[in-house]
Design a protein around this ligand. Structure first.
Ligand SMILES: *[C@@H]1O[C@H](CO)[C@@H](O)[C@H](O)[C@H]1NC(C)=O
Ligand SMILES: *[C@@H]1O[C@H](CO)[C@@H](O)[C@H](O)[C@H]1NC(C)=O
Length: 252
């Protein structure tokens, strides 16, 4: 009885901390410079920013599977300021959503989704493709990387500028140990990174955005621990390289 109760309590606590994850914004991020991070996409549902994403092919945006939601999904590219009142926001319709077939929830992993745009984009000075890692090219621990996002949530509509923050990857075994202290077993195929400066990090509206290391998108923002007692978790893109190629080559 009491064992069941404490199990229920810890499950409740874990879901609380995981929900807290989606609560904050990129904290103390710096405003992105003009003509930088041109691969960043705002993934929107019914015209509202929902998640980050990034252009990896003229027709495909990569994001997190947990960003999927019923409604009219569109993508904004080529803008740092996504204030809905702005004229000339370039909004593209999503023709097809490819959620990874193994995805159930963030705790079981495979938190990755490809969005096929209804048109093939031409790259320009403000719309660019970001490379993903070559086969077997694993990011090393203690790599300096950046995370970018609008960090905008339903309750904070006035945050419209793209922000970024610096993070540092950590060894997977160390990350697993820190999460185990929070009674959480990490899913397979993830990368972990800590914020570099204290009090900066990623949050809800930043989900689906890229972890960029040496100009290469190595991870997809998946989840974090609310009070930041453990590193943030990213889907490890290199582990899904074959799946990505299959989807893109399939053309659907
Ligand atoms: C979805 O939104 C786009 C852009 O606003 C619009 O062109 C399209 O007609 C909408 N699709 C549906 C099914 O409402
Ligand atoms: C993890 O579980 C143990 C044993 O049930 C419990 O004592 C501890 O408080 C839990 N820690 C967290 C952070 O939930």
């Amino acid at each position: 009885m009491s064992a069941t109760y404490s199990l229920l309590v810890s499950v409740a606590l874990i879901s609380l901390t995981l929900t807290g994850t989606y609560g904050a914004d990129i904290i103390n991020g710096k405003q992105a410079k003009k003509n930088s991070l041109q691969y960043m996409a705002s993934v929107q549902v019914d015209g509202k920013h929902k998640c980050g994403g990034f252009l990896i092919d003229p027709s495909y945006v990569l994001t997190a599977a947990h960003c999927d939601q019923r409604g009219n999904m569109t993508v904004i590219l080529g803008a740092h300021n996504i204030n809905p009142d702005r004229k000339n926001l370039r909004r593209y319709t999503v023709q097809n959503k490819h959620k990874h077939p193994h995805f159930k929830n963030v705790k079981t992993g495979s938190d990755i989704m490809l969005l096929k745009l209804s048109q093939k984009l031409k790259t320009s000075k403000d719309v660019k493709i970001v490379k993903i890692p070559g086969k077997g090219k694993q990011v090393k621990p203690n790599s300096k990387c950046l995370v970018a996002g609008w960090g905008q949530t339903e309750r904070n509509d006035e945050v419209n500028d793209l922000l970024f923050t610096e993070v540092s990857t950590i060894r997977l075994t160390d990350c697993q140990m820190l999460w185990r202290k929070l009674n959480m077993t990490l899913p397979d195929n993830v990368l972990c990174a800590w914020r570099v400066k204290t009090k900066s990090g990623v949050g809800k509206g930043d989900s689906g955005g890229p972890l960029v290391c040496r100009g290469i998108a190595a991870g997809v923002v998946s989840f974090k621990n609310g009070p930041e007692k453990a590193p943030s978790i990213y889907t490890d893109i290199v582990k899904y390289k074959q799946w990505i190629e299959n989807v893109i080559n399939g053309g659907a």
